[in-house]
Design a protein around this ligand. Structure first.
Ligand SMILES: NC(=O)c1ccc[n+]([C@@H]2O[C@H](COP(=O)([O-])OP(=O)(O)OC[C@H]3O[C@@H](n4cnc5c(N)ncnc54)[C@H](OP(=O)(O)O)[C@@H]3O)[C@@H](O)[C@H]2O)c1
Length: 246
């Protein structure tokens, strides 16, 4: 059966890998991100695209209207939009406290507000039964590693997902979170990271390798499958054991 799959951040990295996996099943995929040209270039057969800043309620209303017209019901909703804010354009003055406020606000908007607004805009369209909502958290939410504002914003997704799972469970809809460790071949780190940091992150894993977008996408795909129907309100860590250290 063809499913309607909405993927935020679907133009690059993990979201793109997930989109390709669902499209390979014959599912109808909608890719959302801020940059329309990136979405257009994404190699996902038959995908629809919609450019929107998901931290902006007006833009999210636009997405909801588009989804209503094109899909009607949503079978799978994947929130891959996010980032640590370091690639966002700098704004405002140099006062240290202003910089802190800006950094935390940017991270809140990118990682938490985007997911909450899109969920709330589409929750009445989720297929009953069978709907799936999937969030992308991070190992940082457990360890406070990396950018702490980013870690805190990701951690905020966890109680939201648990509450949503409780509300939507009686309608046959599951809600889960996938929390990756270090994943290469995404746009997350911009032009890349220095060799020393990369080696350190790989050394923290038990399997001595970086994650790939496919590692994360395959778990999202599994959580959206009928076989995962009794799994809800869970946070699945996909990090090669890095959260335990070594
Ligand atoms: N890579 C890692 O090591 C790693 C580890 C743990 C968790 N994660 C999480 O996994 C998710 C996917 O990240 P990724 O690694 O695949 O990085 P990525 O390639 O940078 O993907 C993030 C996507 O989110 C979109 N996006 C960002 N802000 C948005 C907004 N306000 N509205 C709409 N779209 C927005 C970006 O496109 P536009 O800029 O065009 O909007 C981009 O396509 C993120 O939530 C990230 O925090 C990544």
């Amino acid at each position: 059966m063809t499913r309607n799959v909405v993927i935020s951040g679907g133009g690059t990295g993990i979201g793109l890998a997930a989109a390709q996996m669902f499209a390979a099943d014959g599912d109808q995929v909608l890719l959302i991100g801020r940059r329309g040209d990136v979405l257009e270039r994404a190699k996902v057969p038959g995908a629809l695209t919609y450019a929107a800043d998901l931290a902006d309620p007006e833009a999210v209303r636009g997405v909801a209207g588009f989804v209503a017209r094109e899909f009607g019901a949503v079978d799978v909703l994947i929130h891959s939009a996010g980032g640590n804010g370091l690639l966002e354009p700098p704004v405002g003055g140099d006062d240290p406290l202003d910089a802190v406020a800006r950094h935390w606000t940017v991270n809140f908007r990118l990682n938490l507000l985007t997911a909450v607004l899109l969920t709330e805009a589409l929750r009445d369209r989720l297929a009953e039964p069978g709907g799936r909502v999937l969030f992308l958290s991070s190992i940082a939410a457990y360890r406070g590693s990396g950018q702490v504002a980013y870690a805190a914003a990701k951690a905020g997704l966890h109680p939201y997902a648990h509450a949503l799972a409780r509300q939507l469970g009686p309608h046959g809809i599951t809600v889960n979170v996938v929390a990756p460790g270090y994943v290469e071949d995404t746009a997350f780190f911009g032009d890349g990271m220095d060799e020393e940091r990369r080696a350190q992150l790989i050394a923290e894993t038990s399997d001595k390798r970086a994650g790939t977008p496919g590692d994360i996408a395959s778990n999202l795909h599994w959580l959206a499958s009928p076989g995962a129907a009794h799994i809800t309100s869970q946070i699945i860590q996909v990090n090669g054991g890095a959260e335990r250290g070594h």
